[in-house]
Design a protein around this ligand. Structure first.
Ligand code: SAH
Length: 405
């Protein structure tokens, strides 16, 4: 009989973990059934790959701060769909070192009497904190988010480093906007280098406060290994890593290529792209370049310029890829598309489009990247049916609306 820990008492309000209290093997069966329901019409769905230890995997912790009626500091995530802060004492999926660092921030706010920001009036100073950790390196980043000027920031950072010596960098982030965006644009490094590093698939990756990084690095390695297995790279290929974040997939692919091969990464977020470029340097990879912009627009331009690709990795956000992206991908005539998806519904819609245009799902592999939540990641291999190359694209370029998803 599988041992299950006492479920999280805050799960209902928090809404992050819909599968709290359910045995892990049962969670996996539920996810498998959900993926099969949505995707088995496209191909055979392999058995989901779960985690050996599904607890405390999350390498990113966010806490908002407020005061209750008696003046005690409350810290936690927002209640699902609202701006109420839930006083979470301990989370079952977040990394424990990250939670300790967040607790240290809370303790110091109290001891150093730093005014907590008031969302209604806009008065006060510290609003939130964001903690990130590199699983393999143990490096920790603490981002202190304020709603206004914080005169004592340097003393606060000094005290935080003393209390939590394992923190490698401390960043002050100013967010004066009344929105649910955690971080604002302005930042100042108070301690360390302003970034942390992690190691995935034998490569080093540098990440900053706002760059994208997968929240479960242990399972991310499983996902990337599966993606590389599906890509069957031989060495000389031209590879596209669309929605590349800090370049993790593209650089992992670049490692499998010889100097005649090349990788092009495309990503909307500037900070992620600048990390991707640094990451190429860090790993002495010279045949990868990175472009900032909307993946659909860039791919469309590339396809219009007659560019081809041998393998396309695509890892879009939960809403899936745009029609213009998929059309351009098809025009580039890759022999394989490796689709990494965190949104099975959008994946199903996109697979339908690809199938109608000559690309069939050959392999569908669900991987549990988010235990205790309802979310699941799927790695899917699409190959082109043996057709005459020019009959792949049946859609005309101005038929966007017809295929709108
Ligand atoms: N492949 C990366 C990131 C995947 S998450 C990894 O494994 O870590 C999806 C990424 O798509 C995010 O970095 C997000 O910033 C980016 N993104 C979202 N919309 C985009 C768009 N329209 N064009 C390009 N990138 C986009």
């Amino acid at each position: 009989m599988e041992k299950i820990r006492k479920p999280c008492p805050w799960a209902k309000e928090c809404g992050g973990c819909r599968y709290q209290g359910i045995e892990y093997s049962k969670q996996l069966r539920k996810k498998q059934a959900g993926i099969e329901r949505l995707l088995s019409g496209f191909g055979n769905v392999s058995r989901i790959i779960g985690m050996d230890d599904p607890y405390h995997y999350r390498n990113k912790v966010h806490r908002a701060f407020t005061k209750d009626g008696s003046g005690n500091i409350i810290s936690g995530p927002y209640e699902e769909g609202s701006h109420w802060i839930i006083d979470v004492k301990h989370c079952l999926i977040e990394d424990e070192d990250c939670q300790k660092a967040a607790e240290a921030v809370k303790g110091l706010i109290k001891e150093m009497r730093v005014p907590v920001y008031n969302e209604k009036t806009g008065h006060g100073v510290i609003r939130r904190c964001l903690i990130r950790k590199g699983l393999a390196t143990g490096e920790i980043m603490a981002v202190i988010v304020t709603g206004g000027k914080f005169a004592g920031a340097r003393e606060f950072a000094k005290a935080l480093k003393e209390r939590c010596p394992r923190i490698n960098t401390i960043i002050l982030n100013l967010n004066e906007k009344r929105s649910s965006m955690i971080l604002g644009d302005k930042e100042e490094v108070l301690y360390g280098l302003g970034f942390i590093r992690d190691r995935l698939c034998g490569l080093d990756f540098q990440l900053t406060s706002k760059s994208f990084y997968q929240v479960n690095p242990a399972q991310t390695e499983v996902i990337y290994k599966k993606a590389m297995e599906f890509a069957r790279l031989e060495g000389g290929e031209k590879v596209i890593d669309a929605y590349c974040g800090i370049g993790t997939i593209g650089l992992t692919a670049a490692k499998c290529l010889d100097p005649s091969g090349q990788v092009i990464g495309i990503e909307l977020n500037r900070e992620s792209i600048s990390c991707a470029r640094k990451n190429a340097e860090l790993n002495n990879i010279t045949n990868a370049r990175f472009i900032t912009g909307d993946a659909g627009t860039i791919m469309k331009e590339m396809a219009a310029g007659g560019e081809r690709a041998d393998v396309i990795f695509m890892d879009p956000p939960r809403s899936g890829a745009s029609i213009s992206f998929m059309k351009a991908a098809i025009r580039m005539k890759p022999s394989r598309i490796v689709y990494i998806s965190c949104g099975p519904e959008s994946l199903a819609r996109n697979l339908k489009f690809f199938r109608e245009n000559g690309y069939e799902a050959e392999k569908i592999q669900p991987i549990d990247n988010f235990p205790f939540t309802q979310h699941v990641e799927t790695v899917c291999l699409l190959s082109n049916r043996k057709r005459k190359p020019d009959s792949y694209v049946k859609v005309s370029l101005d038929m966007e609306d017809y295929y709108r998803i």
